[in-house]
Design a binder for this molecule. Structure first.
Ligand SMILES: Nc1ncnc2c1ncn2[C@@H]1O[C@H](COP(=O)(O)OP(=O)(O)OP(=O)(O)O)[C@@H](O)[C@H]1O
Length: 306
């Protein structure tokens, strides 16, 4: 393990209210890390503290070995940040926005053009560089933000809901850029997202709820631990089917017109199905999803509309 972000016993209080309660986790260099949680869980508080915007109450937060409290400027040059709300100057062109950022970050003049070429090239906007930001679509603005977040060649890029509000095609493009960055530039990506299928692409996921880390693992391990495969079966002889399920001790729930049966033990399920095969009208097996993981751990859906 070669951590680039180290969080040890981090606590943040607002007055007497404990927003983040003694959390610890590491993020491996070069990985894509998803930080998830329901509204009010403590995500923004943690990200803002890591980005040196908020002050911690206690604990240690290090980025690339630098302390976010005592070595703010070193940390700032090691990180790029893309927040949800656009902070681009809409009256300026893409090019001017990036150049202004180069000034903030003391990028040497002789390197400015090369960096603009690289970062705009990465998000496929090089040929649009003279366009006014006010004329760009939401997806293009997000791509400019990503380019700008990278212009000082940070080691870690923080992305707060990078794809929220974008159409599926643009979201897929943004993900292509994120994966390209990780693979080709070895940049560590720390992101929050409300899209569970995006969390699944990440190397590691931490779920925070009520200011506490309630799960921290690979998507595969979390799915294995917290989801179950389920069979949806319609039987022509329901009472016979129920007796079978009970005899084989398979957990099930009777729904209108079908049965929801625990499909974790495939051997047992196959036995039941073979005995009952003449009377099965329909069957569908559904794999557990990452939404189930989130629901199981936090008791809530990540978004109310799913
Ligand atoms: N300045 C503040 N003063 C008092 N309480 C705050 C302040 N900022 C945040 N909180 C509280 O701290 C808790 C954590 O908030 P935070 O913004 O970190 O959550 P979040 O996980 O980012 O939520 P969301 O997904 O809604 O942005 C919430 O209960 C919030 O109401």
């Amino acid at each position: 393990m070669n951590p680039i972000i180290e969080v040890k016993n981090f606590t943040k209080k607002y007055g007497d209210f404990i927003a983040v309660n003694d959390i610890s986790f590491n993020v491996e260099k070069g990985s894509i890390f998803a930080f998830l949680g329901p509204n009010g869980a403590g995500k923004s508080t943690t990200i803002n503290t890591l980005c040196t915007i908020f002050e911690k109450t206690s604990g240690t937060l290090l980025i690339d070995g630098k302390d976010v409290t005592t070595q703010k400027s070193e940390v700032r040059s090691a990180i790029g940040v893309v927040f949800q709300d656009s902070t681009l100057d809409s009256k300026m062109t893409i090019d001017e926005n990036l150049k202004m950022h180069c000034v903030f970050y003391n990028v040497p003049n002789r390197e400015v053009e090369e960096r603009i070429q690289f970062t705009l090239g990465l998000v496929d906007l090089l040929d649009q560089r003279n366009k006014l930001v006010s004329t760009l679509s939401g997806g293009m603005k997000r791509r400019v933000e990503i380019a700008r977040g990278l212009i000082h060649y940070p080691k870690v890029l923080f992305l707060d809901e990078p794809t929220t509000g974008l159409d599926p095609q643009t979201r897929a493009h943004i993900w292509e850029y994120i994966i390209k960055l990780q693979k080709e530039r070895d940049i560590t990506i720390f992101l929050t997202t409300h899209y569970m299928e995006e969390a699944e692409i990440c190397n590691k996921i931490a779920i925070i709820d009520g200011g506490i880390i309630v799960a921290h693992d690979t998507p595969y391990a979390l799915k294995k631990e917290f989801t179950k495969d389920t069979a949806y079966i319609t039987s022509r002889k329901e009472s016979e089917f129920e007796q079978l399920l009970e005899r084989y001790k398979l957990n099930y729930v009777k729904k209108e017109g079908y049965y929801k049966v625990d499909a974790e033990n495939t051997d047992l399920l196959l036995q039941v199905l073979s005995v009952h095969k003449e009377n099965i009208a329909d069957i569908e097996i559904k794999k557990g999803t990452f939404n189930d993981v989130f629901l199981e751990i936090t008791g809530r859906k990540i978004r109310e509309d799913i």
